[in-house]
Design a protein around this ligand. Structure first.
Ligand code: C2E
Ligand code: CA
Ligand code: CA
Length: 686
């Protein structure tokens, strides 16, 4: 609130107006009555003076009429005329015949119209001239006219002064009163109002109104104190209200039994989780978990134990998923919800679902025995399954109910195909865990041919998984999965070991080839990768130059500095580095220059469309030229036709690999292939 309101509304101004008008009116009235009194006095003074004057010359005038002495009469008249105010003096016989007379004109003055109405223009007096007091005989009359002008002038001067000073007095009084009022009331009031404006309506007691100095004991002080008391009281009641509201929201937000958020609160938490996921392009998974057959547990053990079990489960959920990326809630009797945020792929949800099942199936203590339960879980994913809040939770619940029908102690994803895929991947993951121990992996070797000499100069080791039930599983299916769950570390070490063992064996039989092994990004991130590689090489007595590691651009880019320093160490040991799938990633020249590599591998997609697709041809050409200019050898993978081989050779690509020469082969067949291939080349040359 600002105190700059219109001036005519201010109390001070209104008071000033009132005081001023009252003072003015009373000033006017008082001075006017003073002036009127003065006028009356002036009037009587005039009369009195006239009679006194006439009394002075009465005897002489009487003598003049008595002795009919005109000269004397004229002397008396002239004597009277010494007075300026006398306009006419006359001595007459009783019949009115003048004996002596003198007149002068009325004085002219601008104020006369006013004063003449008050005092008359002239005032006439007449006395009888007689001798004997007891039996008077009238000998004549003495007449005198007074001109009121001069007296009126001095009266007017006085009246003006009186009026002026009366008004000035009134004004001064009004101003003084106004100042006093302003100092004593308006000013402190304004201060109080300003202080009142500072009061925080939400917390009125934090900044109370300040008392104005010098007004602590008067009405203003009392008013301030009373208001402050009121503010404190309001604040108190606000506080109580807030506390009550908080209690209510707490009660509605959290489940009373378990202390976990309730459905409403979960929805609001989930909403912000979904907003975040939308912004960060992440997946959010909602797991709806229903305890299997909780009703019969309640029936058998009683509700008290049922409650204990629910509390136990809630505690376990809380501590088992205490990461910030998890939300937990209890929906209803035996239903719990877990929300997992920040997932990169929906697949990670399957891992969490398994962990949840495991968590539910651990025995819960209840009334001096322990109960083993199971739960069924429905999983819905955002944004994959539903974009809306209610829908997402509803889908998870539906899926859980459906899953209960088709068997308990399991989890199910909302979308059947996703569910299927997740199940398969999960199964694959499990199978992969024992595949190494069960000897289900083996390596194939694909020859790498020098286009200049037509000789096999190396082999790329490629893994194969012979699954006992599902048959041969291509690496594209399980390598990415193993990278996600870290199994690639073990598998990769095994591949390296097998490939080196094979290279050593071939070398011992006179076939010295460079062995190319694929190195995953996860492996490259391992701190001890250098030690692992060197150890493997030394165990199989392979010279470092006999090993080439294939890394993809992306695996280097995601962890640039670390990857480059590791590759530098490997290179320093004499190990060769090739950039696999070159052309599919960033293919940035700046980074390539910094990477300690010797070979570029043109990805098979560009080789396959060579001479068919212009863009791909241009990319392949660019890579070959890039290799030349950076002094790197270029190897084309996926060469399938004679035309491709011919074109690449013409274009200056040094090495090639692909079905045109050979598919990846088991070790034994590889040896025969090399013999046959070299034999054919010799034949051709001859
Ligand atoms: P990659 O490293 O790009 O391997 C080349 C893939 O192209 C191999 O598929 C190979 O069989 C295939 N190939 C070779 N020549 C031709 C051809 O002329 N035409 C066609 N269409 N394909 C050809 P593969 O063996 O299925 O391997 C697929 C991917 O799996 C590999 O791509 C590699 O990224 C990964 N991988 C395979 N073995 C390993 C391994 O031991 N460790 C790691 N980390 N990854 C591996
Ligand atoms: Ca490769
Ligand atoms: Ca490749």
């Amino acid at each position: 609130m600002k105190t700059s309101f219109k001036i005519e509304h201010r109390l001070g101004y209104r008071i000033l107006r009132w005081v001023l008008s009252i003072a003015l009116v009373s000033g006017i009235v008082l001075s006017a009555s003073q002036i009127v009194i003065d006028a009356k006095r002036v009037s009587t003074d005039l009369d009195r003076q006239a009679y006194q004057t006439m009394a002075l010359v009465r005897d002489a005038a009487t003598q003049a009429v008595f002795s009919i002495d005109e000269e004397l009469a004229q002397q008396v008249v002239d004597g009277l005329f010494e007075q300026q105010t006398v306009r006419l003096a006359r001595i007459t016989h009783p019949d009115g015949q003048p004996l002596g007379e003198r007149t002068r004109p009325l004085q002219q003055a601008p104020y006369r119209p006013l004063t003449d109405t008050i005092f008359l223009a002239e005032r006439s007096y007449r006395i009888e001239l007689s001798r004997h007091q007891s039996q008077p005989t009238v000998y004549g009359y003495l007449e005198m006219h007074y001109d009121t002008g001069p007296t009126a002038e001095s009266w007017l001067e006085r009246a003006t002064l009186t009026f002026g000073s009366g008004l000035a007095r009134a004004m001064i009084l009004a101003l003084v009163l106004f100042m006093v009022y302003h100092l004593l009331l308006t000013k402190p009031l304004l201060k109080i109002i300003a202080s009142l404006a500072q009061v925080d309506p939400d917390h009125p007691d934090t900044r109370l109104i300040t008392t104005v100095k010098g007004h602590t004991r008067d009405e203003l002080g009392l008013w301030v104190n009373a208001t402050n008391n009121l503010l404190v009281a309001i604040s108190d009641s606000q506080k109580k209200q807030r506390e009550a509201e908080e209690r209510v929201t707490r009660l509605s937000r959290f489940d009373k039994l378990t202390g976990l958020p309730s459905r409403e609160y979960l929805l609001s938490l989930l909403k912000s989780a979904m907003d975040d996921a939308r912004k960060q392009h992440k997946v959010t998974a909602v797991f709806c978990c229903g305890i299997d057959d909780f009703k019969s547990i309640n029936d058998q053990l009683g509700y008290e134990n049922g409650d204990l079990i629910l509390q136990g489960i809630a505690d376990r959920l809380d501590s088992g998923f205490n990461d910030r990326d998890f939300l937990k809630a209890r929906l209803g009797s035996d239903q719990f919800v877990l929300v997992q945020k920040q997932l990169a792929t929906g697949y990670q949800a399957a891992i969490t679902a398994e962990k949840l099942l495991e968590l539910f199936s651990q025995p819960v203590p209840a009334h001096n025995r322990s109960i083993t339960l199971t739960a069924t879980i429905g999983v819905a994913l955002f944004p994959n399954d539903a974009d809306e809040l209610d829908r997402l939770l509803q889908y998870a619940e539906q899926t859980m109910t459906l899953a209960k029908d088709s068997g308990r102690n399991s989890y199910q994803f909302y979308v059947a195909s996703v569910d299927q895929e997740m199940r398969e991947r999960k199964q694959l993951e499990k199978d992969m865990a024992r595949a190494l121990a069960e000897n289900e992996f083996h390596l194939l070797y694909q020859p790498q041919i020098s286009l200049d000499t037509g000789r096999v100069i190396g082999a790329e080791a490629l893994i194969r998984w012979q699954h006992p039930e599902r048959g041969l599983i291509p690496p594209d299916h399980f390598i990415p999965l193993s990278e996600l769950n870290g199994q690639i570390v073990e598998i990769g070490a095994w591949v390296l070991d097998q490939a080196c063992r094979q290279a050593a064996e071939w070398a011992a039989n006179g076939l010295s080839l460079r062995m190319a092994v694929n190195l995953s990004a996860v492996q490259l991130r391992q701190d001890n990768i250098l030690a692992i590689v060197l150890d493997t090489l030394s165990r199989h007595r392979i010279p470092p130059g006999g090993l080439e590691l294939e890394v993809t651009e992306t695996s280097v880019m995601t962890n640039l500095e670390d990857a480059i320093s590791k590759l530098q160490l490997l290179k320093r040991e004499g190990i060769q580095i090739a950039v696999d799938d070159f052309g599919t990633g960033y293919s940035s020249l700046t980074y390539l220059k910094r990477m300690p590599v010797q070979h570029l591998k043109i990805d098979k997609q560009f080789v396959q469309d060579l001479l068919v697709n212009e863009d791909d041809t241009r990319i392949a050409n660019t890579i070959i030229d890039l290799g030349k200019s950076l002094n790197l050898s270029v190897i084309a993978e996926g060469v399938e036709t004679a035309e491709q081989e011919f074109y690449l050779r013409q274009r200056g690509c040094q090495l090639a690999q692909g079905y045109y020469f050979s598919k990846p082969l088991p070790a034994q067949e590889f040896v025969s292939f090399v013999a046959e291939f070299h034999g054919k080349m010799a034949e051709n040359n001859a």
